[in-house]
Write a protein that binds this ligand. Structure first.
Ligand code: CTP
Length: 398
């Protein structure tokens, strides 16, 4: 429950994108937040209050004039950890920029002193209009945070200009980052590697392994949510880029090594969650090998140990995390890797355990730190494992 104990005020103004706000309300509630939804009169025409009530388990506010709620427009904005307005229509942005307080949501925005996140959504021409652009510039200057709009299909048809509201998952990620505020990873540069590398056997075939990259992706997304500036060096795969994270694709272990070397001087944290190929075919031919040639013997040569190779070039004070994927006697082997690769933290898992290791959404790991501390975690989803790893990283960053 990443947002347990957090109070989010979710304002919804009247645009067709308000149907997506139902999912956003749900995701916030699932993450443990207490979600109070405020609908403008137009929003309540699109989605009925009872929908949000059922999704959040809380009463929905729609008017300044509901008996018994006389001071909600000042009390709730003062109490909430975050005010999100999604969608924020062109009309709402105009009223916000003017500082009007002509309905409950506008009054709440005016009374709000803490962080505000706006997710604009409107027709692309309305978004491009100088009035809207000037209103947005005003709101940005006042310190309000914006997410989107994005380019994509609108209710009225295809569009190649911004207008479409960001997806609920994207808004949630931005909300979470703001809720973390000035966390200990705020402003830190975190480099995460993820996934398998691929070594050519010939121009069409490769040698690789079963790593999906999920653990690294979850680490990158969790580090960004904690305020870090994150670079993800990822092997080939189909996982969607995490929100806010800079992603650089690599193919071979040599490419990954070069990318790590380039990124390392500016890094505060390096997490090597990738599974680089340990062997590569020696001297691959530049033509496809034909099956007609019969049985194939290939000499595999070991690749460089990227992590161990960074020892001499790590910035002073950088926290370096490695993984150890074993098949039996995992903790002892993990300790040996921590020593050999000179790590601050090693995340050990046993590929033979059910639900752990490659190709799962879950993992069961043991964290071992440089000072001998050892913490065995239960079977958790990989995002929760990522949070536990980052907790340990934050302790070591001091
Ligand atoms: N690693 C690396 N370069 C490699 C292979 C692995 O930097 N060529 C990193 C991995 O990203 C991981 C750690 O080293 O963080 C341990 O990887 P693992 O495959 O468990 O260990 P190896 O070093 O390959 O050792 P062994 O094959 O003896 O288990």
């Amino acid at each position: 429950m990443r947002l347990a104990g957090r109070h989010v005020l979710l304002g919804v103004s009247g645009g067709i994108a308000s149907y997506k706000s139902c999912t956003l309300a749900r995701r916030l509630a699932e993450a443990g937040a207490r979600v109070d939804v405020v609908l403008t009169r137009a929003a309540a025409e699109f989605v009925r209050p009872v929908t949000f009530e059922a999704l959040t388990g809380r009463p929905v506010l729609t008017s300044l004039w509901t008996p018994g709620t006389a001071l909600d427009h000042v009390r709730l904005p003062a109490d909430a950890d975050l005010l999100v307005v999604a969608p924020a229509t062109a009309d709402f942005l105009a009223r916000a920029a003017l500082g009007l307080a002509d309905d409950l949501l506008a009054a709440m925005l005016l009374a709000r002193t803490g962080p505000v996140l706006l997710a604009p959504a409107m027709n692309d021409a309305m978004f491009a209009h100088p009035a809207t652009q000037e209103n947005l510039a005003t709101l940005r200057r006042r310190g309000l945070h914006l997410v989107g709009p994005e380019v994509g299909p609108l209710a009225e048809g295809p569009s190649e200009r911004p207008g479409r509201m960001s997806e609920p998952e994207v808004i949630l990620a931005h909300a979470e980052r703001l809720l973390h505020g000035a966390g200990r990873l705020s402003g830190r540069r975190v480099v995460v590697t993820a996934g398998a590398t691929r070594e050519p056997l010939d121009p069409v075939r490769v040698v690789t392994n079963r790593s999906s990259g999920r653990m690294g992706y979850r680490l990158a997304e969790a580090a960004w949510a904690r305020g870090a500036e994150v670079l993800l060096l990822a092997g080939p795969g189909t996982l969607p880029d995490p929100v806010g994270v800079a992603v650089r694709r690599v193919e071979t272990t040599v490419e990954l090594e070069a990318a790590v070397r380039e990124a390392l001087p500016a890094a505060d944290v390096l997490v090597m969650a990738a599974a680089p190929a340990d062997y590569r075919p020696a001297a691959p031919p530049d033509r496809k090998r034909s099956r007609q040639a019969g049985a194939l013997q290939v000499t595999l040569e070991p690749t460089a140990d990227i992590l161990a190779g960074t020892r001499a070039v790590r910035p002073v004070g950088a926290v370096v995390v490695g993984f150890a994927l074993e098949t039996g006697d995992a903790v002892a082997k993990g300790r040996a890797k921590l020593e050999r690769k000179d790590l601050d933290l090693v995340v050990v898992n046993d590929a033979l355990e059910p639900g752990a290791g490659f190709e799962h959404e879950t993992n069961r790991v043991t964290l071992i730190d440089r000072d001998g501390g050892e913490r065995a975690l239960p079977l958790l989803d990989k995002r929760a494992v990522a949070e536990a790893i980052l907790d340990a990283v934050e302790v070591r960053l001091g």
